[in-house]
Design a protein around this ligand. Structure first.
Ligand SMILES: [Zn+2]
Length: 412
């Protein structure tokens, strides 16, 4: 243990990670899963106990609280999400602490075949001597985003106990369903009552992110002509064949998640289901720029139109729905929140890194809805899978950066 926040952060993450709060894309409602209330109720009660003000759990599943200011200044929000990713087993998480990491391969008690190796994960090689937290091998850890929760809670607790630290009012928010893109209710920007905010949902130390994907989703419905196969000659139109054709005609050696990186966007077929009479194909479309995103939607429409032209008896419908937009479009008009976070990191001796996020955050939506919300590192690594790990000291660095940020925001 190297500094005063280490033990608290470690204890909080271990405690929070053991609570199952996985979200579920297929479930309606907000939160999508009742188990997220286990986290939300706990955080509401802990905030109340530590003396935070205006503590509430909204009917759309967000915990809000105020840490009163001790000096004039803008109201700054700090957010983290309580849900964990639906992509991997997240029940029965058994967090495990490796004190003073020795730089070797890390094995897992519940899956002897699994190895986390510094050779394959260069960032791990930098963490010799740190205290690391992992799961046991059969689940994700859920540092995404319980590390963010632990950091915000530790910061809140510290500020409430430190009236001598000059800072403006702080608003704290814990959201559900970030992983399924449903964390930001239409009512959150108003209820948050913050001039600007930060999500604690980034990876390696130094990440201050203000660019995310722009995102649409698409649903293609192919309706064939259904008829008894015994007398189908010249009459049946099989929707499965047409749906396959659409997927086959779309780019596969390029413009897919598995063939793109950095600033390239993609069209990703996520689901295909149905039968010979009707098929539904779901896509997500991603690009950093509006033009690029629109072009991908247009390409999908053109492919559908071409397949439709080849079989006029079928009905092919292509519907595209907006999801979120690159937060840079709004943040670049006033970079103050980004510059503050960068300056705070520098003051902590950290070089800020700003790479575009190949995904979205609650901040993407919040920014679009009027609350500028860049993303700040937590230290989380190898998220959404069994190798997920985090350094307690990285979390402490994030906590100190946020505290510094709160003070610098008040000075203006
Ligand atoms: Zn996250």
């Amino acid at each position: 243990m190297q500094n005063p926040f280490d033990q608290e952060l470690q204890d909080r993450l271990v405690r929070y990670a053991a609570i199952d709060s996985q979200s579920d894309e297929t479930a309606p409602g907000s939160p999508s899963t009742a188990c997220q209330f286990d986290m939300l109720h706990l955080l509401r009660d802990e905030l109340t106990e530590m003396g935070a003000q205006d503590v509430e759990l909204t009917d759309y599943g967000v915990v809000l609280a105020t840490i009163p200011g001790t000096a004039p200044g803008p109201t700054v929000g700090f957010l983290a999400h309580v849900d964990t990713a639906p992509q991997f087993n997240a029940s029965g998480v058994k967090p495990r602490v490796i004190s003073g990491y020795n730089g070797g391969d890390i094995t897992f008690p519940d899956d002897p075949a699994l190895v986390l190796s510094p050779a394959e994960h260069p960032y791990l090689a930098e963490k010799i001597g740190h205290d690391l937290i992992t799961a046991s091998g059969t689940t994700l850890l859920g540092a995404d985003d319980k590390a963010g929760v632990a950091i915000v809670m530790t910061m809140a607790r510290h500020l409430l106990n430190s009236p001598d630290i000059a800072r403006g009012p702080i608003r704290v928010a814990f959201t559900p369903d970030e992983e399924i893109g449903r964390g930001v209710s239409e009512r959150l920007p108003k209820d948050l009552r913050a001039d600007f905010a930060y999500t604690l949902d980034g990876g390696q130390v130094g990440e201050i992110e203000y660019e995310s994907f722009s995102a649409d989703r698409a649903v293609v419905t192919v309706t064939g002509v259904s008829i008894h196969p015994g007398w189908a000659k010249d009459k049946m139109v099989n929707a499965i064949h047409l749906a396959s054709k659409i997927v086959q005609t779309l780019p596969q050696a390029t413009m897919t998640p598995e063939t793109t990186a950095d600033r390239e966007g993609f069209i990703h077929a996520t689901d295909m289901e149905g039968g010979s009479s009707e098929m539904v194909i779901k896509f997500i479309l991603r690009d950093f720029e509006r033009d690029g995103l629109a072009a991908k939607g247009e390409l999908l429409r053109q492919v559908c139109a071409a397949v439709q032209a080849g079989e006029p008896r079928a009905a092919i419908k292509c519907e595209i729905y907006p999801q979120y937009r690159n937060m840079r479009y709004w943040l670049e008009k006033d970079m103050t929140p980004v510059d503050l976070a960068r300056a705070a990191a520098k003051a902590e001796g950290i070089e800020p890194i700003s790479v575009p996020i190949r995904g979205g955050t609650d901040g993407s939506r919040l920014t679009e809805m009027g609350v500028p919300t860049p993303n700040v590192f937590t230290g989380m690594q190898c998220i959404h899978g069994p190798l997920e790990w985090i350094s307690v000291q990285d979390m402490a660095t994030a906590t100190r950066t946020c505290l510094r940020l709160a003070q610098m925001a008040a000075k203006g």
